[in-house]
Design a protein around this ligand. Structure first.
Ligand code: PLP
Length: 457
């Protein structure tokens, strides 16, 4: 088979050359310029043709293979993948670009999962993980997870960590076991909509607390406490959703102090913390006696594993385990086994590192295309906030939809009584950079343009 005549258009930029070469390849696969099954030039020919080193091309082809853009056949060369091309192109230009779902781009490959399952098959003790295990999870997994969290200064040990079926389950357990119906929870004025829905279900009342560029304001929390009715706060100190704001160490200390003074429990949701390993230590470290620290592998590995973690004051451990036991008995030991193995063999850290690099790249692209974006203090967020007057936010969402781009308006996040105005965009959901680019272009247009007659007919 002769190789296709391919001259990649390598975009300028700061990313390493091999990455920009993979991007060019990705674009050409998505556009159909490189059809499924076609043979790519040899490493040596392409290096010669582009005047770049053989090592750069080898690295780019290896990365493209890892992303399943291409496949190699021993002695025959490198071919554009047959199956993946269809997935990658994400349909024609008219297809929707969904910037509303806060999910990581799928960097985990089918091979990663296949290898993990094959390893399971070889374990002599496999059946143990198909049986009932203690409510809090297998002790060895809890040890692995707590050591991993301790690296981010989370005060986790096997005595105060519970494995849950995802972070949402952990939040729900805390509200169930520790709060009474009707109790008030102070939340950032824009908060996680999963909490809004949950609070409605269980009858907790959310109080919107004003925010600044770091998130919840301690003075505003103090004022809300003075009015009475608050039993807890729920905060996301690192890469808050929807705003991507991050609290400084001082802010974390000040909030913990207000909570101590008014005897509030703290629910600290850190599902995006893995994107910022150098973020300040969690509030759980400052006030471990009252903090319920929650995270999961949904954003860092994949949500389908349903593995979350709850690190809690030791005094609450029994009550929480009982609640976990009566609701779902335990999180799946089989998936927690895979998670623990991936933590131990470095797969989890490797994925997190690659996700951070991808987040940075996507965030740069978004800030370039959309000057209205609020640039976060950390540059590794997959979600971003665009502050807008409330009527304008709704109009932008409508105009974006007319351009086949889906984004989420403020009312999904606004706690009752809080301000409104803004939209959240999520950069992880489009599978390819090309598709993200198309979404950003559509949104830029929606932010710029008045409604046109064409979109009204
Ligand atoms: C802030 C926050 N907390 C919790 C969750 C739920 O995560 P999980 O899939 O681990 O239940 C999400 C998911 O979007 C989230 O954004």
């Amino acid at each position: 088979v002769r190789s296709i005549d391919w001259t990649p258009q390598i975009a300028p930029g700061n990313a390493p050359l091999y990455e920009r070469l993979v991007e060019a390849l990705e674009r050409d696969v998505a556009s159909g310029a490189l059809p499924p099954g076609c043979k790519l030039p040899t490493h040596r020919d392409l290096a010669h043709h582009l005047g770049i080193s053989l090592g750069t091309v080898t690295r780019a082809y290896a990365e493209a293979e890892r992303r399943r853009l291409v496949g190699g056949q021993q002695g025959r060369g490198t071919f554009v993948a047959q199956v993946n091309a269809a997935v990658l192109s994400e349909g024609p230009e008219s297809a929707l670009v969904d910037l509303s779902r806060n999910v990581p781009p799928p960097l985990l490959s089918a091979e990663n999962v296949g290898e993990a399952l094959a390893r399971l098959q070889r374990r002599p003790d496999l059946l143990k993980y198909l049986d009932y295990v203690p409510h809090a999870g297998v002790e060895a997994h809890r040890a692995t997870i707590s050591q991993w969290l301790a690296r981010r200064a989370v005060p986790a040990t096997t005595d105060n960590l519970v494995i849950t079926s995802g972070a949402q389950h952990a939040v729900s357990l805390v509200l169930d076991a520790v709060l009474k119906p009707g109790d008030g929870i102070g939340v950032e004025a824009f908060t996680y909509y999963g909490l809004k829905f949950l609070a409605r279900e269980v009858g907790s009342r959310l109080h919107a607390i004003a925010m600044d560029a770091e998130g919840m304001l301690p003075d505003a929390l103090e004022a809300a406490c003075a009015k009475g009715g608050l039993s807890a706060v729920y905060v996301m100190p690192t890469l808050q959703t929807p705003t991507a704001r991050t609290m400084s160490p001082q802010r974390r200390r000040d909030l913990a102090e207000v909570c101590r003074r008014h005897d509030l429990m703290i629910i600290e949701d850190d599902v995006y913390g893995f994107l910022a390993p150098n973020a300040p230590p969690p509030i759980a470290q400052i006030a471990p006696e009252r903090t319920f620290y929650i995270s999961s592998i949904s954003k860092s590995i994949a949500p389908g594993f349903r593995i979350g973690f709850l690190v809690l004051p030791g005094s609450q451990m029994q009550r929480l385990q009982r609640r976990l036991g009566v609701t779902c008995w335990m999180a799946s030991p089989l998936t927690s086994l895979i998670a623990a193995e991936w933590i131990q063999d470095g797969t989890a850290d490797n994925l997190a590192g690659r996700l951070r690099a991808e987040a940075k790249r996507r965030l740069e692209a978004a800030c370039r295309s959309l000057p209205q974006v609020e640039r976060p203090s950390l540059d590794t967020s997959f979600h971003l906030w665009i502050p807008l007057p409330s009527g304008e936010a709704e109009a932008v969402v409508r105009r974006a939809a007319a351009r086949h781009v889906i984004v989420t308006p403020h009312d999904a996040f606004a706690a009752e009584g809080g301000p409104d105005g803004g939209i959240r965009i999520c950069l992880g959901s489009p599978r390819t950079f090309a598709s993200l680019d198309r979404g950003l272009a559509g949104l830029a247009d929606a932010l710029r343009n008045e409604d046109t007659f064409l979109s009204i007919v």
